[in-house]
Design a protein around this ligand. Structure first.
Ligand code: ATP
Ligand code: MG
Ligand code: MG
Ligand code: MG
Length: 479
């Protein structure tokens, strides 16, 4: 019998509730009072104020399932089996309460006890930080993790430069031989090497040191007076294990969206048994429509900068993949009710906001298509010309014109170019961008009457195309 995603999410929360944790609902994807983050990108991101001591938590044990967006993983979507832009992170948190000796046996109990997830112990592996022998010892002595399943990994230290930091321990699930063929984005994936056989499901961070200004050697960081635990387990990955999906997409969280998309095509199909080019398009569309639906539901709107730019870019990518599947009409809004239905039990707000989300998406799709056709024509010419001239690169000027005139983000041009085996002259693109910025500045000083308002609008519009997208969150350890 295979468990539903809703049951798997609920079981996590129930388990930690049974260990004295307060269950808090998912917060908005748009960070509240936190200018350092574009999107909530982990469970702990919504609890930062409890950890830095600026707000007293309602309880020092908290658990949640939190929607998160990671823009740094956009390019991975559809290529790896395990990455999404929007995903749910389930976590348990100790704010100066329990520490390693409690959290490790609990993680093991939840994963392996037949009363809870009941996963096969022989398939689980963990990594620890080499200098953190304490954690290694707890895994070895306080759990029945099989011998030889602990790996020491130099990267397992969470440090954002200053403040709380510490080692972490990641838990991997061995998906078996069959998964050795799937390429991974991360050659350092443990313990298997360059494939998706070993799936990272859970990360446990032991926030025990204080990275003081000026220190560079983490063995000199003083211990924190109150030690914290912060964990994150990806729901979609765990569901792929329970539902025996080849990828995260082959689960009840994504298949209904994929099937609805199939119906909007002229007989194109998603293949669950092997990787196909069409599969990538189906996956990207399913991923992006989820991210965009949640983001709009949480109050973000398509725009030329910041969060809005991320939404715009995701929608454009989804439209382009729709075209690859031969879909001509506007189609993305049709998928919103499907997403809302899948998520209804935990995120009822999507159902309440469906009409608004659909309208926003449909308008944006229409708007993009207007310029898209003209832009695609130009891009095809530019690519053909580069090939005729035996060039390996598209000029920065052309890339700039595509973004400035046709709304093609640089990254989109790069993607399309790379499919034709070409790169883009990014430095040249930046020169063209800077030149336009200077022209805009000059124009501003020429026209003093509109000066103040223009200064704001122009800076927003100009910065946006470039800076917005560069504002990615820190990858790797949770922030
Ligand atoms: P990976 O190495 O696979 O990219 P990570 O180490 O960057 O994962 P963490 O920052 O440790 O991920 O986040 C905690 C957990 O959240 C991960 O163990 C994984 O289960 C899940 N997770 C992280 N990024 C994604 C993503 N883009 N899509 C789906 N799940 C994710
Ligand atoms: Mg990790
Ligand atoms: Mg990792
Ligand atoms: Mg990552």
């Amino acid at each position: 019998e295979s468990r539903s995603s809703a049951e798997i999410r609920q079981m996590f929360l129930d388990f930690f509730a049974s260990k004295g944790h307060l269950v808090v609902p998912s917060k908005s994807l748009v960070p509240e009072d936190d200018p350092t983050l574009l999107w909530i990108n982990s469970g702990v991101a919504t609890l930062k104020k409890y950890f830095d001591g600026s707000v007293v938590p309602p309880k020092n044990r908290i658990t949640n399932a939190q929607k998160a967006i990671r823009t740094n993983d956009i390019e991975n979507v559809g290529k790896t089996a395990r990455h999404h832009t929007l995903f749910e992170m389930m976590g348990n948190f100790s704010i100066g309460d329990y520490f390693k000796a409690e959290v490790i046996p609990w993680a093991w109990e939840l994963l392996t006890s037949p009363e809870w997830y009941g996963l096969d112990k022989s398939k689980l592996y963990v990594t620890v930080y080499p200098k953190d022998q304490e954690t290694k010892q707890i895994w070895a002595e306080k759990t029945d993790l099989p011998d030889g399943h602990i790996y020491e990994v130099e990267d397992n230290f969470w440090d954002i430069g200053e403040g709380p930091s510490g080692p972490d321990s990641e838990i991997f699930y061995d998906r078996g031989e069959a998964f050795s063929d799937l390429p991974a984005d991360d050659p350092e994936m443990y313990p298997g090497g360059e494939n998706e056989r070993y799936l990272e499901i859970w990360n446990i961070v032991f926030s025990q040191f204080n990275h003081l200004p000026g220190l560079t050697d983490n063995s000199q960081y003083p211990e924190l007076p109150h030690k914290n635990i912060d964990t994150g387990m990806g729901l979609e990955r765990l569901v792929s294990v329970f539902q025996n999906g080849r990828t995260n997409f082959d689960t009840d969280l994504f298949l209904p969206i994929i099937h609805a998309t199939e119906k909007l095509t002229d007989n194109r199909h998603y293949d669950q048994s092997q990787d196909t080019e069409d599969n990538v398009s189906f996956k990207v569309i399913a991923d992006h429509i989820r991210a965009v639906s949640f983001a709009i539901s949480d109050g973000a709107l398509p725009a030329n900068e910041g969060r809005g730019y991320v939404i715009r870019r995701l929608l454009r990518r989804a439209v382009l993949h729709g075209q690859k599947l031969g879909i001509q009409e506007n189609f993305l809004a049709n998928l919103v009710p499907v997403v809302a239905e899948i998520m209804a039990s935990y995120y009822p707000e999507l159902g309440q906001n469906t009409a608004k989300i659909q309208k926003t998406i449909d308008n944006e799709e229409t708007r993009f298509k207007r310029t898209l056709n003209a832009g695609l024509g130009m891009l095809a010419e530019v690519i053909a010309q580069a090939q005729t001239d035996h060039e390996s690169q598209i000029s920065g000027e052309d890339a700039f014109k595509l973004s400035d005139t046709y709304g093609f983000p640089l990254e989109l041009t790069q993607e399309q170019a790379s499919e034709a085996g070409l790169t883009v002259d990014v430095a040249g693109y930046q020169v063209a961008l800077e030149a336009q910025r200077n022209r805009a500045r000059a124009a501003r000083s020429d026209d003093k009457s509109m000066g103040i308002q223009n200064a704001v609008l122009t800076d927003l519009a100009v910065d946006s195309t470039y800076v917005g997208w560069q504002q990615t969150e820190v990858d790797g350890a949770q922030v």
